[in-house]
Ligand binder design. Structure first.
Ligand code: NAD
Length: 263
């Protein structure tokens, strides 16, 4: 315990930290001087990210679908930094299928990673968050509020995450823990790139994705990270139980209105 310092309030657990939105969150929080536990199942990418962030953060390679991995990540925050004051949960997978084409296995896997993973991370972190009057932000999606065709299990998992935000916010308010969510629109990450490349005409889809957002473009991981950093901070001290859209205006558009950004 010799390197333990009492920085619980300034210590944040970031899941899905190796790339994409989680990495964007880690970049913003690093610039704010936070201590981080970076948690991801992809060990190689996680180590590269930790190195790029200056090598001062703790890393935990594991899966959010394994409660003992989540508990070990929290314990790492206690051992290295004296406790945990915040959580940004971003680990997730994109899957596709409708009620007929979604196999029971794909359904279970999607719910396991995206929804049960969020529950396990919160469950493992909550005693520390209560002790330090902390906050947790779950990364849901605009698909937790509306739906794209052919992504049924994903849509359900993200609606469930927003329910997890609402329910835990009520349970934890009296314990001094704030529980919040973000609902990003399309964000330039390896997940989005993978999804675009499944399409027979990725270039056309790329343009269409930008035009889906009234702001005229997709988001960048750090733009989600900035909002999450705000929600975790004392500046958001009167917020709990809310899931904030960070979607370039996507869900604010009147249905059927022209989709081109310049129209
Ligand atoms: N990119 C988008 O357009 C977008 C939009 C809305 C919501 N989201 C959500 O944001 C979150 C991050 O998405 P992204 O685009 O950055 O994805 P990404 O695939 O680029 O990165 C996700 C990270 O999570 C990790 N991960 C996946 N399963 C894990 C598990 N079981 N345990 C630990 N780590 C695991 C991956 O290894 C990866 O590093 C996801 O929950 C996603 O659903 C993304």
């Amino acid at each position: 315990m010799s390197d333990q310092v009492n920085n619980a309030g300034d210590t944040v657990l970031v899941t899905g930290a190796a790339m994409g939105i989680g990495r964007g969150v880690a970049e913003v929080l690093t610039a704010e001087g936070k201590n981080l536990v970076l948690f991801d199942k992809d060990g190689e990418a996680l180590e590269a990210t930790a190195k790029a962030l200056g090598g001062k953060h703790a890393i935990k390679v594991g899966s959010v679908t394994d409660l003992s991995d989540c508990e070990a990540a929290v314990q790492l925050a206690v051992d290295r930094f004296g406790g945990l004051g915040g959580v940004s949960h971003n680990a997730g997978i994109q899957t596709y299928g409708d009620a007929v084409t979604t196999t029971p296995e794909l359904w279970a896997k999607t719910l396991d990673v995206n929804l049960t993973g969020g529950f396990y991370v919160a469950k493992a972190a909550m005693p520390e968050l209560r002790r330090n009057k902390g906050a947790i932000v779950l990364t849901a999606s605009v698909q937790g509020m509306a739906a794209q065709k052919g992504a049924l299990a994903y849509v359900v998992s993200k609606h469930g995450l927003i329910g997890l935000v609402t329910g835990m916010a009520m349970d934890e308010a009296a314990n001094g823990v704030r529980v919040l969510g973000v609902a990003p629109g399309s964000v330039e990450t390896p997940m989005l790139r993978w999804a675009i490349n499944l399409d027979p005409n990725p270039k056309a889809l790329d343009d269409e994705i930008d035009a889906m957002h009234p702001i005229g473009r997709r988001g960048q991981p750090r733009e989600i990270g900035e909002v999450i950093a705000f929600l975790l901070s004392d500046k958001a001290s009167f917020m709990t139980g809310e899931t904030v859209r960070v979607d370039g205006g996507m869900l604010a558009r009147i249905p059927g209105a022209p989709r081109k950004a310049d129209q």
